[in-house]
Design a protein around this ligand. Structure first.
Ligand SMILES: [Zn+2]
Length: 334
């Protein structure tokens, strides 16, 4: 059990989560530094409440270089009206706000990866303090949680919405229902490489209905991926009975990441030549990509082989690769 004698969070909210109507404000985290002795990190937040009903907690910018979530959520925060809501919507478009401002995956203040920082600590680093505020203040308010991700600067994904296989099958079924409602071109039964410290795990262990996305990558959004994010969040709110209107989900193809054979990692550093693109079918044993040593000419490239057959769901993004980088992720149609 988590220690309930922890000190209070240093974060204070300028919005009242129990008040009716639309409020735009900040989660204010005191952060004393060279350019601001009594300064704060000001994390934008919007809460829209109308009567009794479920609460949705919507987050983007968990990683600071992923943009579909912030686009959809800054847009939703600006346009959502209280009369269209039954219950409550809490919107934090850029959860790791220092990382979002810097355009980096992790925080420039403490190098904290928000999605490896849960449950956080009220007396920890800036990233740990934000995680702790979500763990002890915001997650307990929520019934459903939608956390947007994409590949950031070093991965690119087929656009999918995802949930995890869970021990509680009723909780799992509700999450997959919301994934279906989101209506991304692809829907994933997702396997995590490293689930400890994730926001996902924190929310799921609290019994929340948790859905996430990977909607593209490369450190930018596209017109298509931004559209998918905006449509998806509205669909999830409608499916949860929070937003008026009917779900406008498009046809989706379900994918499964069956085991760790879906991941391939680089075993050398060099120049990467992709031999398949996202969405292509790859057979077991086929070469997904080659890594050319770049120190000299005349050297054979290193082949990266598929350990299983499937659809290429994610790939390394920039042109150079380092030993240990994730080169490819394969998934199978279900
Ligand atoms: Zn991410």
């Amino acid at each position: 059990m988590r220690d309930l004698t922890l000190r209070p969070s240093p974060i204070s909210s300028t919005v009242d989560f129990s008040a009716e109507g639309v409020q735009h404000g900040f989660l204010r985290l005191p952060y004393s530094r060279d350019d601001s002795a009594w300064g704060s990190v000001m994390i934008p937040v919007t809460v829209v409440k109308n009567g009794e009903g479920p609460t949705a907690l919507l987050t983007g910018g968990n990683h600071g270089d992923e943009y579909e979530g912030p686009i959809a959520l800054f847009d939703l925060a600006r346009t959502l009206k209280a009369e269209d809501v039954t219950g409550r919507v809490i919107i934090v478009p850029a959860m790791n706000y220092p990382a979002f401002l810097a355009g980096t995956r992790t925080s420039p203040i403490d190098k904290g990866n928000m999605n490896r920082s849960f449950p956080g600590a009220p007396d920890g680093t800036v990233t740990q303090k934000i995680a702790d505020y979500f763990q002890r203040t915001l997650l307990p308010l929520a019934d459903i949680v939608l956390d947007f991700h994409s590949g950031g600067k070093t991965l690119d994904f087929l656009p999918f919405c995802a949930a995890h296989i869970l021990p509680d099958k009723a909780q799992e079924a509700k999450a997959f229902d919301l994934v279906s409602a989101f209506g991304a071109p692809w829907s994933m039964k997702m396997l995590e490489i490293d689930a400890v410290g994730m926001y996902d795990t924190a929310a799921e262990e609290m019994g929340k209905i948790f859905v996430t996305t990977e909607l593209g990558g490369g450190g930018t959004a596209t017109a298509k991926s931004a559209r998918i994010a905006k449509t998806g969040v509205s669909n999830v709110l409608r499916a949860a009975g929070i937003l008026k209107g009917t779900v406008e989900s498009a046809r989706t193809t379900w994918l499964d990441m069956p085991d760790e054979n879906c991941f391939s990692f680089a075993e050398d550093t060099g120049l990467i030549e992709p031999l398949f693109d996202l969405g292509d079918q790859v057979k077991k044993g086929e070469v997904v990509a080659r890594i050319y040593p770049i120190g000299r000419t005349g050297v054979r490239p290193l082949d990266v082989e598929a350990k299983m057959g499937g659809i290429l769901a994610a790939r390394h993004f920039p042109g150079l690769v380092k030993a240990g980088d994730c080169v490819s992720v394969l998934a199978v149609e279900t």
